[in-house]
Unconditional design. Sequence first.
Length: 659
Amino acid sequence: MRPIRHGLFVFAAGVVFMMFSPAAKADAPGWMRSAVSAPLPTYDEKTDAVLLYAEDVTTVTPDGKMKGFVRRAYKILRPEGRKYATAHALVNSEQKVGSMHGWCIPKQGKDYEVKDKDVVERSGAAGWEMASDSKVKVLEIPAGEPGNVVGFEIEYQARPFVLEDEWNFQETIPVKEARYSLQMPPGWEYSAVWLNHPKVEPNAIGGNQWQWVVNDVPAIRYERHMPPFSGLAAQMVVAFLGPGATRSTSFLTWDDMAKWQRNLANGRREATPEIRQKFAEVTAGQDTAQTKLQAVAKFLQKDIRYVAIELGIGGWQPHAASDVFAHRYGDCKDKATLLSTMLKLADIDSYYVFINTRRGAVGPQTPPMRKFNHAILAIKLPDQIQDPRYMAVLDHPKLGKLLIFDPTDEKTPIGNLSGDLQANYAFLVRPDGGELIRTPQLPTNSNGINHTGHLTLDAGGTLRGQMNVTRKGDFATYERYEQISVQASKDRVKRIEQEVAHSIGMFDITSAQMLNLDVTDLPFGYIFNLVAPSYGKPAGNLLTIRPRVMGTQSSDLMEEKEPRKFPVIFAGPEKDVDSFEIALPAGYEIDDLPPPVDVDYSFASYHSKTEKKENAILYTRTFEVKELVVPMEKLEELKKLYRIIAGDERSTAVLKAKS
């Protein structure tokens, strides 16, 4: 799908722009000078810049086109704020840029101006797109130094596929004043929805013109593991509806959006003779609905490459299944289309699901809008399929059991689902309408890392033995993608060395093997032998060791100086289990063992135990993530949990020489 731009990019029906960081001299316009004279909003010493004035003007024409005007004025406060002295405007088949002008008002000296002739054009394609019609026009504004004010104006024209606009007025820096003006032809109406901000009533200017104004909008500061910016930032979403216009061009309900999407896909899931022949080959010998489903899913994952060609409406409209099959490639919606076509040959119905891959970007309050950047599939499971491996199942009141599956993810088997797609709000396109659904959250034991070690310690402190590392879910997917990019087989052991190095300072891997690299429906694993000299620390007749040999669950996430303002988001449900058995050196016995740890909160739990097992120390622990969001009122519990885990991971056992 056409990518959604995040961060400081503002995606709207009109223009996408971003400020980053000599030309002819000219006086800056009056609106900039008025912004300079206004008092600054509250900010701290880490603020790179302040947005003094933002104005967006949208004009809807009777033929359903749009014209717009964008103004911005920034005051740069720190050297890092130089990036705000470059304006970027995204251009594609939906929107064209008319003119771009920029100015700088320095602390000292004369004003500077840059004009259209100073604009350069660059490719706007994302890294995963093979072809795109997106371009970026760039205008650099001179003298973007601390204390100076920079500003720009952009004119644009748009022929949007959908008559809607977004006013994004919150930034990662403070905003002093922001305005949005709307002018529509006589008889036209609008519908406005506010997100993450109290509703503001517009001023009626007359002639079907309206204006909204907000002041002193605080900055959204980056925090590790915070919800996505697009799900936190304040915005107003506006849909336009002309007299007698159909809702195929405006989204007032999810049914409107579903109708639009169904029209885009109309006639594109027809099975050609070639597709029917391949279906027969793939499912040969498979006599049940489940085995046919698995066979077709594997074919889509392995034989149809992911390639994105985002040209015009192609950013939203899937290619015909026949074209995807013939070329053996397609983007996410193309792969979903071909899979749906082949499943229908097995009498299995399926439905498009559009989702944002950053959980939290879309919520239950989100209005119908194109805020999704990925397409997957909801597969209606026949009643006879009862497989515990199919965990990503949603019970729909009308459609029955729906298996949520991502055919683009080559390393996640059918039945599973990556963490960012779990417990996430998505748009389901039904045959009779559409709705926002919440995808299922998988059991904790579907994802995690297990370490198992059988080791011996000698009197000199050297630890040696065999380790077994098993990865499931996203941890297995990530490691498989990492390993398939390794060119030489001798370099594969480096991945093991990187993991061990997080826990042990000095060590040597003497042998290693990899398990289930290409068998994605089984856990991925490493089995290796290691030697770690000086693992045990002698102190007279004592020898201290750390029972936790590998694995790190502690985090400094909650140890930041500044108090957090946003919840903590986990990547997905998780259950990690470690078990290390360390045989004692001859002539030594256990003198002291760390106490057990048992901590259980609603969002996560941690349990560990160190005990004597015959002539060995056995350390076992379990870390489990049960809820994917830790709300503000529970952050102190999370801090306490991480501190307890850190203490346990540092704890040591003491051995003493026998008399």
